[in-house]
Ligand binder design. Structure first.
Ligand SMILES: Nc1nc2c(ncn2[C@@H]2O[C@H](COP(=O)(O)OP(=O)(O)OP(=O)(O)O)[C@@H](O)[C@H]2O)c(=O)[nH]1
Ligand SMILES: [Mg+2]
Length: 438
């Protein structure tokens, strides 16, 4: 890997043109999305040198852009000496080929998903993360590149063909299937050992708290401030691709398992979500969510919505959430801050306003987290007689992570419970599960 990286890292950033097709009235949204695409380019080692947009009801079936625009694109590439073109949408293999034909084979053409995957390829660190990226690339990128990578290999490996492993992305059709199968098996194996670790954690009864949020919100910075873990935090999209978990003790002595996670981004394609399923599993299985957002971002509410809807899609909604409005040191508009505070006050969840960079607001954050964890949810054990079917039903309906052991005349149930459920089951309470360091 060192070799491969050094070759590509050493070369100058790749001059790149971004393209988008948008429906009537969608111009502002398209420009915003292109801004984000340019930040992705930057993270991938490309430098934006131009953009081209076209308004049309739907992308052209054969070439995404209309033929006139396609010519314009070729001219723009020529004039700007661009070597890479990235479309802010998904392209079919046929569209990709038509665009490549138009701009010339010495130029590389990627779509948004391929670019995201190549960023993933750069940043994945653990064995599992790398396998997941490679698998996603083999499923998505490779079929789109088969048969026409001669020009790219001459260039020494384009951005889209960069794989997470030692070699360039394998694009030989014959070997594709074999490699995919091997990767899937390896991932399955890794998933089962992860499962073992998680089961051990679950038995420990420690509350699991996932730090989630839009990419670049400051999740890793916050995680570092809390745990001094030294996770790579930088002004790049998707700096974190592997979850990292650390034990953390709140000021009141409550132990937590805190996990930093991969950031969300709008229009994250379904196949990418699947590719990162096990990475995001930590989020799904957490008890509490710290939703971090960048309060200094103009677009903060839209970014929060993207995050919420992805959480829902992952099956992680409905958990207790603490909203962390981060980067408040960069918000100089008092009205704006006040408006956010009002919006937060209207939601049912707690919200804090902090700066992970300066440490401002950390006490409030910890206090709020303590309230959620202690007054809200905790793991308890109950002995419920079989005769009280309603109590068992309530436990299943309202408890989380319910584990049962069937005795002679009662069920020993351990579950994550909220105050209300604890009240309902008070008569059967055995006690708080011992929190051990398992
Ligand atoms: N001014 C300021 N900058 C911050 C703050 N928190 C994070 N940053 C900066 O924002 C950038 C992104 O921070 P990260 O912690 O890497 O963000 P992330 O959410 O982990 O990003 P991904 O892992 O890429 O999704 C870095 O340059 C941080 O230094 C903050 O409170 N104030
Ligand atoms: Mg991060």
């Amino acid at each position: 890997m060192e070799n491969h990286e050094s070759i590509t890292e050493a070369s100058a950033p790749v001059r790149t043109v971004g393209c988008a097709v948008y429906p009537q009235g969608g111009e502002a949204e398209a420009e915003r999305s292109l801004d984000e695409l340019e930040r992705l380019m930057d993270t991938a080692g490309a430098v934006p040198v131009g953009r081209l947009t076209q308004m049309r009801p739907t992308p052209d079936r054969a070439s995404c852009l209309g033929s006139g625009k396609l010519k314009e694109l070729a001219e723009l590439c020529e004039a700007q000496d661009a070597r890479l073109v990235v479309f802010d949408c998904e392209l079919t293999p046929a569209q990709l080929r038509a665009i490549e034909d138009a701009v010339g084979e010495e130029r590389e053409v990627l779509d948004r998903s391929m670019l995201i995957l190549s960023v993933f390829a750069r940043h994945a660190v653990t064995a599992e993360g790398r396998l997941q990226v490679e698998l996603a690339q083999l499923h998505y990128t490779a079929p789109r590149l088969i048969g026409r990578n001669a020009a790219l290999s001459r260039l020494g490996g384009g951005i889209g063909t960069r794989g997470p492993g030692e070699s360039k992305l394998e694009i030989d059709r014959r070997r594709l299937k074999t490699r995919i199968r091997a990767l899937e098996e390896e991932l399955e194996h890794l998933a089962s050992s992860r499962e073992t670790m998680r089961a051990a954690r679950e038995r420990s009864g420690i509350v699991r708290c996932a730090i989630v949020g839009y990419t670049n919100a400051g999740k890793s910075t916050l995680f570092n401030r809390l745990t001094d873990a030294g996770i790579l935090a930088q002004d790049k999209l998707f700096a974190t691709l592997d979850p990292t978990t650390r034990q953390y003790v709140l000021p009141d002595g409550t132990k937590l398992l805190l996990t930093d996670t991969v950031g969300f981004i709008r229009n994250l394609p379904h196949h990418l979500i699947r590719a990162f399923h096990s990475t995001l599993e930590e989020t799904v299985l957490s008890d509490v969510i710290l939703h971090v957002c960048n309060a200094s971002e103009e677009d903060v509410l839209a970014q929060m919505e993207v995050t919420e809807s992805l959480l829902e899609e992952l099956g992680a909604s409905g958990k207790p959430i603490l909203y962390v409005f981060n980067q408040c040191d960069r918000v100089h508009d008092a009205d704006r801050l006040a408006a956010m505070r009002r919006a937060a006050a209207q939601s049912h969840s707690e919200a804090v306003f902090v700066s992970a960079l300066t440490g401002e607001g950390m006490d409030e954050l910890l206090a709020a987290l303590g309230r959620i964890v202690n007054d809200g949810w905790r793991t308890e054990t109950f002995r419920i007689p079989y005769s009280d079917g309603a109590a068992l039903h309530a436990l299943h309906e309202n408890g989380r992570d319910v584990r049962l052991e069937y005795g002679d005349d009662c069920v020993a149930a351990t579950a994550l419970t909220d105050e209300k459920l604890r009240g309902r089951l008070a008569a059967y309470r055995v006690g708080e599960e011992a929190l051990s360091d398992a």
